[in-house]
Design a protein around this ligand. Structure first.
Ligand code: TYM
Length: 380
């Protein structure tokens, strides 16, 4: 089973690296995930009370595995849960929080609970990062997660190195179903990969089955995530039946690009990412230097208009500004030459800075209540 990369000679997507310009349709085909259809969007809209999240409206969330079965459960009023996670190796950037903003909407609309895994073990095993550092980031990143607005009863936080008792019994069952050759093939591991990294996928898979154990009834999960995480969940679906668990379902988003236009905003290139903890001045500087689809001079921009379809700044409007009328005004004004890049960047800056300020304020408050979100506070 070749599942590691999508490489049509021009791009590559793995859980650790994204290179080249991604063709999402081809990637979906290669991974074997389905594109979300118009009729599925309509069904979600109906079930959600007549509204669709802007990330669905704009095709940011674009592909899935088994979404239809979750929609059926919602229709029938049957139990399900959400699951997503983070490998805490650094401060968070804007790309990381995209799936979490969407998860919050799902929690609110459907009254569903979110299981969230902080894989501090993973980052110790696959990166050159001391365990204590990864664990520290798990706590720090959790503050931003809580700041998105989850209530303690909606969000169950798992920190792998501390909450292993919830996962281990599931993980070893998963491990027994997976051969070394499958894991090597799926993740591109080699003979020199450490055995901890080889075992780790069982823990990311285990959380997908945890709600069924905790609620003692069939509880399939829906996993909102970037599409780079798909290899884990393909394996999870492969082993589910054998272990008597429901197959986990997924819903995948496209990547928020780096400021310089590379496909994925990534912590490995910090100067090309906007961090949640960046101060306003830094955010402004970064946005003012971002790649645009504008003309080389103001005069040409006024005369010929710009190209929002290739513009990073416009992409950030789509990713972080809910207001459709503003987003389409930006698009049209750019195309017609009414809006020049400098002005457009300042408008984006105002929006991003407001979002970040709000998150930073709420992070402070989250420090006092983090304990209430821990899985160990709620499930024995
Ligand atoms: P990590 O920390 O690499 O990424 C966390 C989440 O952020 C998404 N992401 C992005 N989404 C859009 N645009 C971007 N530029 C961008 N950069 C990152 C990732 O796809 C991911 O959803 N092994 C995982 C941790 C994990 C997990 C999970 C993730 C454990 N269980 C379940 C998703 C679902 C990791 O290292 O994620």
């Amino acid at each position: 089973m070749e599942t590691r990369t999508q490489d049509t000679a021009s791009f590559e997507v793995t859980p650790w690296e994204v290179r080249g310009k991604v063709d999402y349709r081809k990637l979906a085909e290669h991974f074997g995930v389905k594109l979300i259809t118009e009729s599925e969007l309509e069904q979600i809209r109906k079930l959600a009370g007549g509204e669709l999240h802007y990330l669905l409206r704009r095709g940011f969330f674009f592909a899935h595995r088994g979404l239809d079965s979750i929609l059926q459960r919602i229709e029938k009023g049957q139990r399900w849960a959400l699951y997503t996670g983070r490998g805490p190796s650094a401060d968070l950037h804007l790309g990381h929080i995209l799936p979490w903003m969407f998860a919050k909407w799902l929690c609110d609309r459907f009254g569903v609970e979110l299981f969230f895994e902080m894989t501090d073990d993973e980052k110790f095993l696959v990166r050159d990062l001391p365990l204590e550092e990864a664990n520290k980031y798990a706590y720090d990143n959790a503050l931003t997660l809580i700041a998105i607005g989850f209530k303690p009863e909606q969000l169950h936080l798992i920190i792998d190195t501390e909450d292993i008792k919830y996962l281990y019994r599931i993980a070893i069952r998963v491990a027994k179903c997976l051969t070394l050759s499958t894991v090597k093939h799926t993740f591109g591991f080699t003979d020199s990969t450490n055995v901890g990294a080889v075992f780790f996928p069982t823990l990311q898979i285990a959380v997908a089955f945890l709600p069924t154990e905790l609620y003692r009834e069939e509880t399939p999960v829906l996993i909102p995530a970037g599409i780079d995480q798909d290899p884990y969940f393909r394996l999870a679906r492969d082993v589910a039946d054998r272990l008597g668990y429901p197959k986990p379902c997924t819903i995948y988003c496209k990547f928020v690009p780096a400021l310089t236009g590379e496909e994925k905003m990534s912590s490995s290139r910090p100067e090309t990412a906007i961090y949640i903890l960046d101060d306003d001045k830094t955010v402004k500087k970064k946005i003012m230097n971002a790649l645009t689809g504008g003309q080389p001079t103001k005069e040409l921009q006024r005369k010929l208009g710009g190209n929002p379809d290739v513009c990073v700044v416009y992409r950030y409007f789509q990713a972080y500004v809910d207001d459709d009328s503003l987003v389409s005004k930006i698009y049209n004004d750019c195309k017609s030459g009414n809006l020049i890049c400098g002005e457009c960047k300042l408008i984006l800056y105002e929006h991003i800075v407001r979002l970040l300020q709000e998150l930073r304020e709420r992070r402070e408050k989250a420090k006092d209540v983090l304990e209430y979100y821990r899985i160990s506070t709620k499930f024995r």
